[in-house]
Design a protein around this ligand. Structure first.
Ligand SMILES: *Cc1c(COP(=O)(O)O)cnc(C)c1O
Length: 223
């Protein structure tokens, strides 16, 4: 087994254990392999290990590397986990199976237009800036209800849940619990939260997607 295959197996075991210990159905906590900036060989190793769900944070980088791989691997699913500019909505809708970073009305409108044009419905998650950090993407918690109503109502988007990236210097569990509470309040099923350092915590607190890069692939080469 490659070390990547071993890492995937170990991470899956940990996610499962964390979910079970928290009394959750472990099949609901899915591993998103964050492949941004990873060399092609690493991605191939993950595919060979059976991993089919991947996260990328840049539209162009993802396009360049996944267009071909996608044709070779039916069942592959790609999530966009980085900020999306409205002028890349077209490419994003064509490539991704889930856009986790919807965070403003204009983007919801651009995505809806593209989905209509392309005849392709891509489910979205709303990214919430739970730490209310000025430099961070995501809708402020106080504005979530309005964005959700706009995205679903006027735009007709399929919004299945919420995503967050907690502040680096705060206990992530507080933010995971907060995101879970927001999702419950709005009747949303999906929660994308948890990265290499804290995915077990997230799985225990209700994550349906954990996004793991470094712990799976090793350190990232610079972009
Ligand atoms: C890079 C990235 C991750 C993965 O981070 P690791 O710490 O390497 O696991 C998860 N989520 C988002 C949004 C990212 O950009």
């Amino acid at each position: 087994m490659s070390s990547i295959a071993e890492n995937i197996a170990a991470i899956r075991t940990r996610i499962r254990k964390a979910a079970l210990e928290a009394g959750r159905d472990p099949s609901l906590a899915r591993l998103v392999a964050v492949s941004k900036t990873q060399p092609a060989g690493n991605i191939r190793a993950a595919l060979e290990a059976g991993q089919r769900l991947f996260g990328e944070n840049r539209v162009q980088e993802a396009q360049a590397r996944w267009q071909e791989l996608r044709a070779e691997h039916p069942g592959l699913r790609l999530h966009l986990i980085g900020p999306l500019q409205t002028n890349k909505a077209k490419e994003a809708v064509a490539l991704f199976d889930c856009i986790e970073t919807l965070d403003r009305a204009r983007l919801a409108e651009a995505l809806a237009r593209e989905m209509e044009k392309q005849g392709r419905r891509v489910p979205c998650l709303i990214q919430v800036n739970t730490g209310e950090e000025p430099q961070k993407a995501g809708v402020l918690p106080a504005d979530l209800a309005a964005l959700l109503a706009h995205a679903r109502g006027q735009c007709g988007l399929e919004v299945g849940g919420l995503m967050c990236i907690p502040p680096a210097d705060e206990p992530p569990a507080l933010h995971f619990a907060f995101l879970a509470k927001l999702a419950r309040a709005h009747g949303l099923a999906d929660l994308s939260m948890g990265m290499s350092a804290d995915y077990e915590r997230a799985a225990a607190l209700g994550a349906t997607y954990v996004r793991v890069g470094t712990a799976l692939f090793g350190d990232r080469p610079a972009a």
